[in-house]
Write a protein that binds this ligand. Structure first.
Ligand SMILES: [Zn+2]
Length: 76
């Protein structure tokens, strides 16, 4: 399992272990907080996952947000 201790940013695209009922398995991160907001790329539905549950369910990053590569730190 992927240890996702990395900082998450809105705009990151991730692949989850369990596909959504619609068949899609790629999700865009739309909210980063106590809960992680995910937008299904396939059907456009939004879900909220507690950080811990997200970390268990995520497989890998498909694309990092431009913010993730800047390395500026800062809140979020
Ligand atoms: Zn979906």
């Amino acid at each position: 399992m992927l240890a996702i201790n990395e900082k998450l940013y809105t705009g990151d695209l991730v692949q989850m272990r369990k596909p959504h009922p619609c068949g899609g398995d790629s999700w865009e991160i739309v909210r980063v907080g106590a809960d992680i907001g995910l937008l299904c790329e396939t059907c456009g539905r939004r879900v909220l996952l507690p950080r811990r549950k997200f970390a268990r369910g995520v497989r890998k990053f498909l694309r990092r947000s431009p913010q993730a590569t800047k390395g500026l730190g800062g809140p979020g």
